[in-house]
Design a protein around this ligand. Structure first.
Ligand SMILES: Cc1cc2nc3c(=O)[nH]c(=O)nc-3n(C[C@H](O)[C@H](O)[C@H](O)COP(=O)(O)OP(=O)(O)OC[C@H]3O[C@@H](n4cnc5c(N)ncnc54)[C@H](O)[C@@H]3O)c2cc1C
Length: 464
């Protein structure tokens, strides 16, 4: 189908949030109150922090403040790939923390197992399916990269299944596939908005006071209490946890480390039984292709295909703006790539198109820290892989607040910070040149230019 025609009726809003299951917002914060712990941010990061704070100590008085609606930002707009990895993939983790990688992989799988267990315990229905993820190669250089990755996973004793061309096409049938690598345990598919709303319900049941439409505009420290001011109220808290993603931070130092990068996705109409049969996909895995600019795609519980990725756009100046959530140029490109991948689905059109903002940092995986004498903690920088990892990050924040040394707090990954981005006006041209270089590498069999090789040597990069 012509991409423009296929997109003509697609709503300009995130599919997951466009649901009758979306709950009414909780009351704004009004007046003055006190709390043991104030959590700022109602995405996965803040929700997991509030929930687990209560689970660790039910007597704790916890307030969660969300500037808009629970899950409205990246949390309600993502692909719903809930990954075990805590390091934005094995390769990135191995490169940065080789001596910790086995431990990080184990902790990541434990974190995913615990997410599954929490959903059961709190009765959260978010269509969680532990399908794993297949990486597919669509260019010869990617076949080699997958073979190298398989060698590493075998060395580490991880259960990844290599698939040749026929085997991968027997799983999911695309003429573009040359090979695949199936991580059978390390990823689950879920509905992210229903997860966020389920976590909100669980928080409320445990007694967390949740206030939506309550943006924190200022933070004041009197040496004992940290006071958070919203337009209509304030909370004086003994401890504060920031799960504020890439939004203008309440702690100035964070702006050096994270930049807003926009990622875009499409959702198809539900496939008919015949259309689904033409693709196969009996094991319903998530799929990611192997370029530097990659697509991610998956089935929903009613057999639509979410199709996202490719362009990771940094807008010069690094602002977060609602108008950046729509980008027709990218939607058309994504639709063309969809039909190239699945020519047998030429009659399928799209019902939704949207974008969302990612908290990219130069090491691609979250970083953590303390401020105000250890009474405030933060976790951000998930760089497009925070659906599962935010729960681990929430545990890190609670460990840091408690002052305890745990297996998590002793990790080098937790102790170290990423390399900061240069300030503007240098930041924008440097990032745009890096993005251009990445696209060039994909066009030249994965060959990285001098600039990317220099960044690689310094352990720096740009990703989504
Ligand atoms: C299109 C897209 C696809 C993605 N796909 C995947 C995927 O498949 N798998 C994966 O693992 N990750 C994916 N991600 C990334 C993932 O969604 C994020 O890593 C994760 O949701 C981060 O959660 P968070 O709570 O840290 O941030 P957010 O969801 O951004 O939440 C931060 C919240 O803090 C609030 N806030 C900020 N400042 C204040 C303040 N001062 N006062 C009050 N509230 C404040 C905001 O309003 C917001 O609700 C994707 C992201 C996008 C955009």
């Amino acid at each position: 189908m012509d991409p423009l025609k296929a997109l003509a009726d697609a709503e300009r809003k995130p599919y997951w949030l466009d649901s009758p299951a979306r709950p009414e917002p909780q009351e704004r914060l009004t007046g003055k109150t006190v709390a043991d712990l104030a959590v700022v941010g109602g995405g996965f990061s803040g929700l997991w922090t509030a929930l687990m704070a209560k689970e660790r100590d039910p007597s704790l008085d916890v307030v969660l403040l969300e500037g808009r609606r629970i899950g409205w930002a990246a949390t309600g707009r993502n692909g719903g790939f809930c990954m075990a990895t805590l390091t934005h993939g094995l390769a990135n983790g191995l490169e940065r923390w080789p001596e910790e990688i086995e431990r990080l992989e184990r902790m990541g799988v434990e974190n995913l197992d615990e997410i599954e267990e929490t959903l059961r315990r709190h009765g959260i229905d978010c269509s969680f399916e532990r399908t794993g993820e297949v990486q597919v190669a669509t260019e010869p250089w990617q076949v080699e990269a997958l073979a190298e990755q398989h060698a590493i996973t075998s060395e580490l004793g991880l259960d990844y299944q290599p698939l040749d061309r026929e085997q991968v096409r027997a799983q999911i049938d695309s003429p573009t596939y040359l090979a695949g690598l199936w991580d059978r345990k390390g990823c689950a598919m879920l509905d992210p908005a229903r997860l966020a709303w389920g976590l909100r319900e669980a928080c409320l049941r445990l007694g967390v006071r949740v206030h939506e439409r309550s943006p924190v505009r200022a933070l004041h420290d009197d040496g004992t209490l940290l006071t958070l001011r919203t337009p209509h109220g304030e909370v004086a808290a003994r401890r504060v946890a920031l799960g504020t993603g890439v939004f203008p931070p309440l702690l100035r130092r964070l702006r050096h480390y994270v930049v807003p990068v926009y990622d875009y996705a499409l959702m198809t109409e539900p496939l008919s039984a015949d259309e689904l049969a033409s693709v196969g996909w009996h094991n319903r895995q998530g799929v990611g292709d192997g370029g530097n600019q990659f697509h991610y795609y998956r089935l929903t519980d009613d057999n639509r295909i979410l199709w996202g990725g490719w362009d990771a756009v940094y807008y010069n100046g690094g602002l977060v703006r609602p108008e950046y959530e729509q980008r027709d140029e990218t939607f058309v490109k994504l639709a063309e790539h969809f039909y190239d991948t699945f020519p047998q689905l030429g009659d399928v059109s799209f019902t939704h198109r949207w974008g969302g903002v990612i908290d990219t940092c130069s090491r691609f995986s979250a970083f953590y820290g303390r401020a105000h004498g250890g009474r405030l903690v933060y976790a951000t920088g998930y760089t497009g892989m925070g659906v599962g990892a935010t729960r681990f990050g929430a545990n890190v924040m609670l460990d840091l607040l408690s002052g305890e040394r745990t297996e998590r707090t002793e990790l080098r990954m937790v102790k170290e910070k990423p390399f900061p981005f240069p300030p503007e006006p240098v930041r924008s041209p440097v990032i745009q040149f890096t993005r251009w270089s990445i696209a060039q590498a994909d066009e030249h069999q994965g060959k990285r230019n001098l600039w990317l090789r220099a960044l690689d040597r310094m352990g720096l990069g740009f990703d989504s």
